[in-house]
Design a protein around this ligand. Structure first.
Ligand code: ATP
Ligand code: MG
Length: 356
């Protein structure tokens, strides 16, 4: 099959890690007989430097025309001046909105070889494999907000709003993902207090009952979920929730494996190109040193094949290659625990060799 991918290397370690993911994609294409056309475009701080805009029109147009977008990371101290007219992160928010990416997918999985890095005991985290599906374009972050005078000074408010349609589409997407996994879906809300949560509960129950009766479905209150993630993370398969709860829970969950360098994420919408990236930032402290861990970006490329092109076998081949490299003791500096470590380039070499 033929596919067009846009690569947005971005800032900091972005170019180094995206380059390794590109090599991996080229290897997969050759192995499975696909043609992946990959073009690079500017986004983030480098785009501000080049043309004063973190998401130039030309980049956005290229993304729209593509099958999917692979992003490294954007931002860094150079562009952190609060008086600046625009910031690298503004490009990220805009691209999500422009591409209609309403669902953020974050797999959280522990690696048997790296369990010592987890802050939790081995017997609690071993075997954890959760897919979080966070609603990304609605809720309290996008609701009405403001301030007004108050007897004690001021009063401020933010409104959480969700419509039936907004809930249906993201629950459906999560339910479909659950079908391709272990068939379990957990919906997290705060329906004992919030009206918006009561609508979430009503709508998600009806979507599951009518369209996905084969799934094992349950609901958990968000406060309880915060505890369960630490006490019994293995109990969950796919977890779907609204924007604010998802923001907090996915950050909590990202600590379970004990390493940021291995976690990918995907933002997808209704059929158009999705955006795939590592969850870590641009790591300016180690940029340009060839020590960054490229595995999160390589695993984001695997998600890109799975969720944008339904190339499940190819995605699994990449994941298996990463597993194999880790099992053979391949480590970058961030996960070496003081032992010997590979450079960014050497880690890319190992994954490419494991694939071949
Ligand atoms: P954000 O940009 O999302 O606000 P941040 O600036 O807080 O995130 P990161 O840029 O992710 O954080 O970096 C946090 C720490 O993790 C840094 O010390 C960085 O060097 C390290 N780090 C992040 N990503 C990687 C990676 N891929 N390989 C090795 N170390 C990494
Ligand atoms: Mg950063």
């Amino acid at each position: 099959m033929q596919a067009d991918f846009v690569l947005l290397p971005g800032d900091g370690i972005g170019p180094e890690i995206v380059f390794q993911a590109k090599r991996v994609l080229t290897t997969v294409a050759a192995a499975f007989g696909h043609e992946f056309r990959m073009t690079e475009h500017l986004m983030g701080g480098c785009a501000i430097d080049a043309c004063g805009n973190p998401l130039p029109d030309e980049t956005l147009e290229a993304c729209r025309r593509s099958h999917a977008v692979l992003l490294g990371a954007v931002g860094g101290p150079k562009w952190d001046d609060p008086r600046a007219k625009t910031r690298p992160e503004a490009g990220l928010l805009r691209i999500r909105r422009e591409l209609g990416l309403f669902a953020n997918l974050r797999p959280t999985k522990t690696w048997d070889e790296l369990l010592d890095a987890s802050p939790l005991r081995r017997e609690i985290v071993q075997g954890t494999d959760i897919l979080f599906v966070r609603e990304l374009t609605g809720g309290i972050y996008f609701g009405d907000s403001g301030r007004r005078p108050h007897a004690s000074g001021e009063e401020a408010w933010n409104v959480m709003t969700y419509s039936t349609g907004e809930i249906e589409r993201v629950v459906r997407l999560a339910a479909q993902a659950a079908r391709g996994r272990r068939g379990r879906l957990t919906m997290v809300d705060k329906a004992n207090v919030l009206e918006a949560s009561r609508l979430w509960r009503q709508v998600s129950e009806s979507v599951v009952k009518n369209e996905f009766p084969d799934l094992q479905y349950n609901v958990v209150l968000v406060d309880a979920m915060a505890m369960h993630l630490i006490s019994k993370p293995r109990d969950f398969d796919v977890v779907v929730t609204e924007n604010l709860f998802g923001d907090i829970l996915t950050d909590e969950a990202s600590m379970l494996p004990g390493s940021l360098g291995l976690a990918p994420s995907a933002s997808i919408g209704s059929g158009g190109p999705g955006l795939f990236e590592p969850i870590h930032g641009s790591a300016p402290d180690i940029a340009g040193q060839n020590v960054a861990n490229p595995l999160a970006t390589i695993l984001a490329a695997a998600m890109m094949l799975r969720y944008s092109l339904q190339l499940e076998q190819e995605a699994q081949a990449i994941e298996a290659a990463v597993n194999k490299v880790l099992a053979a003791g391949g480590r970058t500096r961030d996960i070496c625990g003081g032992g010997e470590y590979l450079s960014t380039t050497e880690m890319g070499d190992r994954v490419v060799q494991a694939l071949a």
